[in-house]
Ligand binder design. Structure first.
Ligand code: TYM
Length: 363
């Protein structure tokens, strides 16, 4: 079986973008592959965070993995910080990665700009209410102080996650394509530089698995912006734990256009996005949705259908979530077992990497 690795950051509540772009394909392909799914908490602290909220979000994210259909019997589910090899390999790879490879990362540039704006907000308004909780007021920061070294290094930590497990495939949303390219580049460079024996390379070069539909779910408030956990406006996303009323309200108020009818059209980002979500929520194909859409008078017909399909699709997931999150012992056991299984694989790769670099090993 080919090996798969992927992860989600425990910040806020996962939304339809995370679910449709990533988690749903993990669940679908669970039988076919050998799977490692991680709650990447070390990545979550690259943005300002509230410690208590990180704890909650970590359990919440793991519970949402299970509620979405990941099965601990088929997938190793664990928390990144429970396996110390992730942080350790990151240091080794830091020293083998050119700085300008990271300077090119689009997400770094975007997130850095966002954190700089967040800094300004906190100065002006006392406590800053971010999607991850209330942060204490902070001093004004100069541009160079607005983001931590961790944010810059984020993609190297991500490369370590993937490379430690020798994963061939990484199912992610479209926004992670550049990070996957970087991971391949880092693996190749390390292998070239340190593996004398070309037959026995330390790292496998992984491939991104990106779906053809819903690989980039857009904001409900702007068909040209990605649906995101960190967007300030909660109306821009449907969170997996939103109540039926919230879902109805968000879809009712979401941005549309004034073109007659609702149909797929390159020039209509909002229509394409919502029809794509409708496909996923009903399980219909694009052609089937296109045919059904011919009968709709317009947004007024479509929105209630979308609302109903979304509520119905999420209902069983939310039900399972409620059961799992109250069974703390069950959740802890799964994460402990997951960490133990992950550790076995990860530590082997870490030793290989250390040996290749010439480190002495104890014992
Ligand atoms: P995160 O938490 O930002 O996103 C988790 C997953 O959700 C996908 N995604 C989307 N897909 C479609 N439409 C959207 N609007 C949307 N928003 C997010 C992301 O592509 C991702 O697959 N850096 C990773 C976390 C990570 C990781 C890894 C992933 C850390 N190490 C190793 C794979 C392998 C991230 O973006 O998390």
């Amino acid at each position: 079986k080919q090996r798969v690795f992927s992860g989600v950051q425990p910040t806020g509540v996962l939304h339809l973008g995370n679910y449709l772009g990533a988690i749903r394909q993990w669940v679908r392909n669970q039988e076919e592959y050998e799977n490692f799914f991680c709650v990447v908490d070390l990545h979550a602290i690259t943005a300002p965070h509230v410690p208590k909220e990180l704890t909650k979000a970590t359990y919440r994210t793991a519970a949402l993995y299970l509620a979405s259909g990941l099965d601990p019997a088929r997938s190793t589910i664990f928390v990144q910080s429970h396996v110390s090899a992730h942080a350790e390999l990151t240091w080794l790879l830091n020293c083998a990665t050119p700085m300008n490879w990271l300077e090119r990362m689009i997400q770094f540039k975007e997130k850095k700009a966002k954190q700089a704006r967040g800094g300004a907000l906190r100065v002006a308004g006392g406590p800053f209410v971010s999607p991850v909780g209330v942060l204490p007021p902070q001093e004004e920061k100069s541009d160079g102080e607005s983001c931590g070294v961790g944010l810059f290094d984020y993609p190297v930590l991500m490369a370590s996650d993937i490379l430690l497990y020798q994963a061939q495939l990484v199912p992610v949303g479209e926004d992670q394509r550049q990070h996957l390219e970087l991971t391949r580049d880092i693996a190749r460079r390390f292998n070239d530089q340190y593996c004398q024996n070309k037959q026995r390379k330390t790292f496998v070069e992984p491939k991104a698995l990106i779906q053809t539909s819903n690989a980039r779910v857009m904001s409900l408030q702007d068909g040209k912006a990605k649906m995101s956990k960190s967007a300030e406006n909660d109306m821009s996303r449907i969170n997996l734990l939103d109540t039926p009323d919230e879902i109805a309200r968000k879809i009712k108020r979401c941005k549309t256009d004034s073109v007659k009818g609702v149909m797929y059209d390159e020039a209509r980002p909002e229509a394409n996005n919502l029809l794509g979500i409708y496909e996923a929520m009903t399980g219909m194909s694009r052609d089937e949705v296109a045919r059904e859409a011919e009968g709709w008078a317009g947004w007024g017909t479509f929105k209630p259908l979308l609302t109903e399909a979304t509520i119905a699709h999420l209902e069983p997931l939310q039900q399972r979530y409620k059961e799992i999150i109250t069974e703390q012992d069950y959740l802890t056991k799964i994460l402990n077992d997951g960490a133990e299984a992950a550790e076995k694989v990860a530590s082997r790769t870490l030793i290989d990497a250390k040996r290749a670099m010439g480190f002495t090993l104890p014992g």
